[in-house]
Write a protein that binds this ligand. Structure first.
Ligand code: HXC
Length: 520
């Protein structure tokens, strides 16, 4: 205990510095940030994390640059706020780029701060959430900044499949800076705020003479609807960060944890009679697979991932019996649920995420085949479709499928089939497993009989009926054990839950290898 007040002075100094570190680039720039319609890094962390749970790290870090007069412009903490806190009571590491300091640009020390929390996240086995709002590489720092990106990318790759990584785009991300988010598992974007592009509108104009706005080029719609780079598009920062919290509620903390369990508040034995009538009599009539999913899962709760991209396939998270499951399902309401390039890639990525994080996969199948046409063939549907085969075959988590209607050709094999090591494959009585649809099949195998007949249309109809009666049902597959049982649709929920319980301790390993060579 000192009597001259030194201790008090030191404490006051700490409080003063702490206060200063909370100011980012100062009141004028905070004001400008608000005028842009954006929250500050700290306000955002306040919305993302549980109340009062944030513990900041490195608030006193300063950049070391002396070029371009930077030694006179220093801000405590530099252009990123980092630390840890909780979401829904569970540990999460966070970094939020601070646009009020040099436009959130990445200096060497900003990169070091981000790398520090990423290393801690990997060691502690907890998710990382990055809030992105940055002018990219700190121009004045040159190579030190570029090297910083390399260090972050390296950690993104090391963390992949170990802890969930989420990027939230709340401002610009240009050039190579887009690649850290691109390496993470889920990208959220706020419409009108988040923008991602490799080259901006000015460069595009100079090189190709094309005129495009920042938002049209790399905004939320561009990336959640067209490119598929981003998974979630939200209207406001508040809604976006709330959605991040919801996503995290489904995810395990790391790859050593089993899928997350919540208290089951829905009856596992619920029987849903409505499902018995959901399939239209006409096999070409669409229906909404979302109704099936919502009916079967706990409390109708299905968090769609990539909802605006490749709508012919649905992927997302739900709970069954209180445990997280990954849902993959054709959507007959869009392009008859056909598998095209985008659908294959979307589902393959999701299946691999679930497998990496021990999340069982429940697949609902109604697929007329792969999309025909030169544009799909020449864009590589063979290569991209192979990704989905690879993902399902490689996945060792419990795999349960329910065939609701069509499973034709190669698409039957792809979708979690028994020969790709599906654990439990159910079919509804309306299931049809065949090499192709009845019309197409009859036109090929009975061509001469139809052509030679006195009434070709009548003959074709008879042959189609014969084909449908004999082959368009689940019993040939069930007779070979490729379908484990044909179930009443109303029983689907309890059948899946029983299968999930049976598979809870499933152990399957792959042959020793460094890694496979997925056709990228
Ligand atoms: C240093 C930067 C900066 C940067 C912005 N600032 N970007 N400082 N390095 N990269 C500073 C500005 O000087 C300004 O400082 C403050 O941040 C806010 O910027 P404004 O331009 O006033 O804001 P706004 O009008 O909203 O425009 C935002 C912007 C624009 C679109 C991001 O600043 C911009 O185009 N910046 C450069 C983007 C860029 O080309 N970055 C390099 C990308 S390539 P004051 O003092 O006025 O507040 C890259 C390579 C990565 O990142 C490679 C990885 C492998």
């Amino acid at each position: 205990m000192t009597s001259d007040g030194t201790t008090k002075q030191k404490r006051d100094e700490l409080l003063r510095k702490r206060e200063e570190s909370q100011q980012g680039g100062g009141p004028r720039r905070i004001d400008a940030q608000h005028k842009r319609g954006k929250f500050t890094a700290r306000e955002r962390l306040g919305m993302l994390l549980d109340q009062d749970s944030f513990e900041e790290l490195d608030p006193f870090v300063l950049h070391r640059s002396t070029d371009f007069g930077l030694e006179k412009q220093k801000y405590l903490g530099d252009a990123v706020v980092t630390g840890y806190g909780t979401v829904n009571g569970k540990l999460v590491f966070v970094y939020a780029q601070d646009f009020t300091v040099f436009g959130g640009s990445l200096s060497e020390v900003v990169a070091n701060k981000i790398c520090k929390v990423m290393d801690m996240a990997i060691e502690s086995g907890a998710p990382v959430v990055g809030l992105i709002d940055s002018g990219g590489a700190r121009i004045q720092e040159g190579i030190d900044s570029l090297g910083g990106y390399g260090s972050i990318f390296n950690r993104n790759v090391m963390a992949s499949g170990v802890v969930p990584q989420i990027s939230v785009m709340l401002g610009p991300a240009a050039g190579g800076a887009t690649y850290s988010p691109a390496l993470t598992d889920f990208i959220f974007m706020v419409r009108g705020l988040g923008q991602m592009y490799i080259t901006g509108p000015d460069v595009i104009k100079a090189v190709t003479a094309e005129d495009v706005s920042h938002e049209d080029l790399g905004g939320a719609d561009a990336h959640t609807r067209k490119s598929g780079v981003a998974h979630f598009s939200e209207e406001s920062e508040e809604e976006c960060l709330e959605k991040v919290r919801k996503l995290l509620s489904f995810l395990p903390q790391n790859n050593m944890e089993n899928s997350t369990t919540a208290v089951n508040t829905d009856n596992p034995d619920r029987v849903d009679e409505d499902l018995n009538d959901i399939i239209p009599d006409n096999p070409n009539e669409p229906y909404d697979m979302l109704n099936v999913i919502h009916t079967v899962v706990d409390n109708n709760d299905f968090l769609q991932v990539h909802a605006n991209f490749a709508g012919n396939i649905l992927v997302g998270f739900s709970r069954m019996d209180g445990n997280t499951v990954g849902i993959v399902a054709q959507q007959p309401d869009q392009f008859a649920g056909v598998l095209d390039i985008d659908a294959s890639v979307k589902a393959a990525r999701f299946v691999r995420f679930c497998d990496a994080f021990n999340i069982p996969i429940v697949t609902f199948i109604d697929v007329p085949g792969f999309m025909p046409g030169t544009s799909q063939e020449h864009a590589g549907i063979i290569r991209h479709g192979a990704k989905l085969i690879f993902a399902y075959a490689e996945a060792t988590v419990p795999k349960i499928s329910v065939l609701t209607r069509k499973a034709y050709g190669g698409a039957y094999i792809v979708m979690s089939s028994k020969t790709l090591k599906g654990d439990i494959n159910y079919s509804w009585p309306t299931g049809q497993i065949a090499v192709m649809g009845a019309e197409g099949a009859v036109n090929i195998i009975h061509r001469s009989r139809i052509n030679d007949s006195e009434n070709p249309n009548e003959t074709r109809s008879e042959l189609v009926k014969e084909y449908e009666d004999n082959l368009m049902n689940p019993y040939a597959a069930a007779g070979r054990g490729l379908i484990d049982d044909v179930i009443e649709p109303s029983q689907t929920r309890r059948k899946i839950i029983k299968a999930l319980r049976m598979l809870a301790n499933k152990r399957e390993s792959l042959p020793p290898k460094k890694h496979g060579s997925i056709p990228l």
